[in-house]
Write a new protein. Sequence first.
Length: 371
Amino acid sequence: MDKKKLNEKLDLVITKLMNLDAPDMAMDKDTPREEQMKGLIARDFGIREWDWPQGVGLYGLLQLQKARGNETYDPFLLNWMEENLTKGQPSANINTTAPYLTLFDLTERYSMPDWEKICIKRAEFLMNELPRTKEGGFEHLTSALGDRNSVMRHPDELWVDTLFMAVLFLGKMGKRCGNEAWCQEAVYQFLLHIRYLCDIHTGLLYHGWTFAMNNHFGGIFWNRGNSWFTYGAVAFLDAMGDCLNEADRRTILSTWRNQVDALIRLQDASGLWHTVLDKPDSYIETSGSGAIAAGILYGIRCGYLDSSFLPAAEKAVEGLMSYVNKDGVVGNVSAGTAVGMDARHYEEILIRPMAYGQSLTALALTEALYL
């Protein structure tokens, strides 16, 4: 891969990310239900809101400047945090925890005791106040539609998204604060989600599990859902280090390797993956493809995979770059996606420029820089 080309594409993608505006649309509460189900949720768009799409976006900025060994984006990140914290955070839930991955890093590098307290408070919320499923799983609690200060319950539901949005942060906080209970809770959540979401026949992960119905909803292998594990599991293993015992580390790693093997078999000729992974007539989806490619490259960098996986990863990176237009917009990004009961639900999700689409594409290109 051409390093100059990678950096040129990265600069385009990141510049667009930092200037990504929300389109003019109705408030969530006024949006018809059928449009909400297709991903038309106002707060998800742009870079300014405090929620998961923007949180993933900030994380991509952070990882790029780490790879380049500079602090180029710190002014943007610090200003973003200051503006949002001054305005006031929305309700505490799984998805609004995503920006804490970046807040965590900033508090580690700058002396900001007030922000450190906010991080500790969110970890305590996850431990003590977040609703739990059967067996003590993290319920995938989200922001309410049309009301940033309220929440939407998903009782007795485990979603794979939770691992990246909240569990990764809790594990990092536990390790930094020397809080063994937080560390072990994060490990337990990873293992519990693996137990209920991993398909032993394919190695892929389902989007969700409901204890109420004892099933995987539509039993769909969703691209971006799988990508939260492909990237998130490596990031978790890397972050936790000796906080993981050997048995738990091997369980997470072997699950991850099996998933990567399955994903390689399903890779499209374009180098990317379909929004429903095992349905080749569903559209190519770039945000999940970006996180999958980033996770594979990250795994190679950590020594979890050998160089035989490089051709597939390089093909994915080339494919991603072909979806970046002259303005830096990453195409074919699916909007926010709730758990669905059939493949059609995922195929009908709107395609729009999203902060996480920019960021996850940037993550893949960033990991390629390490090569």
